[in-house]
Design a protein around this ligand. Structure first.
Ligand SMILES: *[C@@H]1O[C@H](CO)[C@@H](O)[C@H](O)[C@H]1NC(C)=O
Ligand SMILES: *[C@@H]1O[C@H](CO)[C@@H](O)[C@H](O)[C@H]1NC(C)=O
Length: 379
């Protein structure tokens, strides 16, 4: 403590002019290096387990992917907190835009220059609503993820100055993945839930959309200017639902219908807020269709099945969670689903391909290649 004080006070009082010039030069040089390093676009990630890269490892929650065989195909072959056998959706997007992977915001490694790459605030188990995922206890709900995003921006300003920090945030690509848990881990969690007594599925979907709109507008206020917003996947087709609610492995109609009510409302809402803010800030990603492609024709994508999870137990390997005691398939690349809820790394690759080059019916109003081309002139 004492030493720090001495160093701090001493130069300010005693500096001669040449020394001052030198210091200014050093500062200028450091600033320009920082700018050059930050030249690749920052990437921010918010949402649930589909995009959590390890925040829950640092939280008191049961929603975690920090033990084997999670991460078995990751370069380290170790669990990282990603709900995947290898890379997850944000990793694959980072790779495509030529950035290093964004660290979980709670990781102690996220300091200094690493802040310029962006940050991942996602937390497995959360939803649009605060009462979604209560069973998982200490997870980061959306308002908390945004609180941390504000804290991040303070740290970024300290690192690069206010003007550059604003440029980085405004110029960033943002991914927001939410909504599945509001159905699976809330409305449909128990045969009768508080939300299912309160709302029909169309009413609940409209309620979710009004809350989601507030979330996206808050994200805009916080400086986001290019946001990929994924709709819910085909929730009725995941091995977990096949195991518990399907007779012969057909997708569960009630959940599929819920997704097909919610997703078009989401597209419409993103259109409305884009016209409100006067720019195509929000891009709706039709994750439902992207998943259905390989779920309905797994062989065409080189999968032997889209019904049985690689890691799990019971019917369709869809009962309970993937743990070290579960059945584990030898080749993860031939399974569309890694665990009872999450696609395999290879399946995610097909989703990312569609995010990049999909037509405007699945990437509305435009795909990520178009976004990258437009934005390269802007920031
Ligand atoms: C969730 O809780 C926070 C903090 O109490 C509140 O600001 C926010 O409006 C709530 N969100 C919803 C969707 O109810
Ligand atoms: C999407 O991306 C591809 C490039 O991969 C481009 O040729 C195509 O026109 C884009 N489609 C739309 C609808 O933006």
């Amino acid at each position: 403590m004492k030493e720090a004080c001495i160093i701090f006070i001493f130069p300010g009082r005693e500096l001669g002019v040449p020394m001052k010039i030198l210091i200014i030069l050093v500062v200028v040089l450091t600033m320009s290096t920082k700018k050059a390093k930050g030249a690749t676009r920052a990437f921010f990630v918010f949402g649930d387990s589909l995009v959590d890269s390890g925040n829950n490892n640092y939280l008191p929650t049961t929603a975690r992917a920090d033990s084997p065989p999670y991460g078995i195909d990751y370069p380290s072959h170790r669990p990282t907190g990603r709900f995947s056998n290898g890379f997850n959706l944000p990793d694959l997007i980072s790779q495509h835009i030529g950035s290093e992977p964004t660290l979980p915001y709670l990781s102690p490694q996220l300091t200094g220059q690493k802040l310029l790459v962006g940050a991942n605030f996602a937390s497995a188990g959360i939803g649009i609503l605060n009462d979604t995922g209560v069973q998982f206890v200490g997870i980061l709900r959306m308002f908390q993820q945004f609180g941390l995003f504000e804290q991040y921006q303070g740290r970024l300003r300290e690192e690069v100055g206010a003007e550059e920090a604003k440029r980085i945030v405004n110029g960033a690509l943002v991914l927001m993945t939410l909504g599945g848990n509001d159905f699976v881990n809330n409305y449909f969690l128990t045969p009768v839930s508080a939300r299912s007594l309160q709302f029909t599925i169309p009413q609940f979907s409209r309620y979710l959309i009004t809350q989601y709109r507030n979330i996206l507008m808050r994200l805009y206020e916080l400086g986001a200017r290019r946001v990929l917003v994924t709709g819910t996947g085909p929730m009725g087709c995941v091995p977990s639902q096949l195991a518990t609610r399907s007779r012969n492995g057909e997708c569960v109609a009630e959940l599929q219908q819920a997704a097909q009510i919610f997703n078009p409302l989401l597209v419409q809402m993103t259109r409305e807020i884009n016209s409100q803010v006067g720019s195509d800030v929000f891009v709706a990603v039709n994750a439902f269709q992207m998943n259905m492609n390989f779920i309905t024709a797994p062989q065409r994508f080189g999968f032997v099945t889209s019904k049985i999870a690689c890691c799990g137990q019971g019917r369709f390997n869809g009962v309970g969670l993937c743990t070290s005691l579960s059945n584990l398939c030898p080749n993860r690349d031939v399974y569309a689903f890694w665990d009872p809820f999450h696609p395999s790394q290879r399946a995610l690759g097909f989703i990312v391909r569609d995010i990049f080059s999909g037509t405007s019916d699945i990437m509305t109003p435009m795909n990520l290649s178009t976004i990258m081309a437009i934005d390269s002139n802007m920031y």
